[in-house]
Design a protein around this ligand. Structure first.
Ligand code: 4FM
Length: 248
């Protein structure tokens, strides 16, 4: 997959392919990341990429022309039909479903803004979708672009090992993860739940699903609202809440 990111801070975004799973994908040639700096597409001596907002107010706005030129160049570096995505709090939620959608494409163009915003006409003319990582305000779209690259890269077929991707397609899709434990069996008086030491893989899978259901119910009820739980799943969730009320 080929990703081009348009950013005033290309060196910042490029670090995402230096580490871990994404680094391995880039080394193996399963992912290519290039960055284009809109400043390199300016035509004035001062290399101006921003200007004052019409209507007044604080801060600066990213100018249309350097971004349009950079995006045109980006389109020439990815397969035709690759979506152009801008990261901003004004976007719809970026989620695992969006990550899966992009992972099945051959190319992706990401636009990371800075300052108070981007000239709206550039978004209308050149951007296919605006996506948000959450309801908070960062100082630029670079970190969200890096998060999108990471989330998408690990879903590209062949990037994760068999073990890693088996987990991904698990029955706990759409739920929060279950708790994890590793050695030692006891630390500072805290023991690993007995079932995980039992070797009974059926009971372990059932315990993990119960934990995932319980945590999702308590912390992210919005996730459960989107699922229709099976009868056995609803029984497990009721057991979880019962055991919690019992102080277990
Ligand atoms: C984005 C600053 C565009 C300036 C930002 C411009 C964000 C988020 C975010 C900051 N992006 N999810 N939350 N971006 O805060 O995606 Cl021009």
């Amino acid at each position: 997959m080929q990703i081009v990111t348009v950013t005033l801070f290309p060196q910042m975004v490029e670090t995402v392919v230096e580490y871990g799973v994404v680094g391995r994908a880039a080394k193996n040639g399963m992912l290519s990341l290039k960055c284009l700096n809109p400043r390199d597409f300016t035509t004035d001596v001062h290399r101006t990429v921003d200007d004052r907002p019409y209507g007044g107010g604080p801060g600066m706005v990213m100018k249309y022309e350097p971004l349009a030129s950079a995006l045109r160049c980006a389109r020439g570096q990815v397969p035709a039909g690759s979506p152009v995505v801008c990261l901003s709090p004004q976007g719809r939620a970026f989620d695992q479903q969006a990550a899966r959608r992009f992972a099945n494409m051959d190319g992706l163009i990401l636009l990371s803004g800075r300052y108070e915003g981007i000239d709206e006409r550039l978004l209308e003319a050149e951007v296919d979708e605006e996506l948000s990582l959450g309801d908070f305000v960062l100082s630029g779209g670079e970190i969200p672009a890096m998060a999108v690259i990471d989330a998408v890269a690990r879903l590209i077929p062949g990037v994760l090992g068999d073990d890693e991707s088996a987990q991904r397609d698990s029955f706990m899709d759409g739920l929060l993860d279950h708790p994890h434990y590793t050695r030692p069996e006891e630390v500072d008086g805290r023991r690993v739940p007995e079932v995980l030491l039992s070797g009974d893989h059926r009971r372990i899978a059932e315990w993990r699903l119960k934990q995932a259901l319980g945590r999702s119910y308590l912390r992210r009820p919005d996730l459960l609202d989107r699922l229709s739980l099976t009868n056995p799943q609803r029984r497990l969730l009721e057991e979880f809440l019962q055991e919690r009320d019992d102080g277990l």
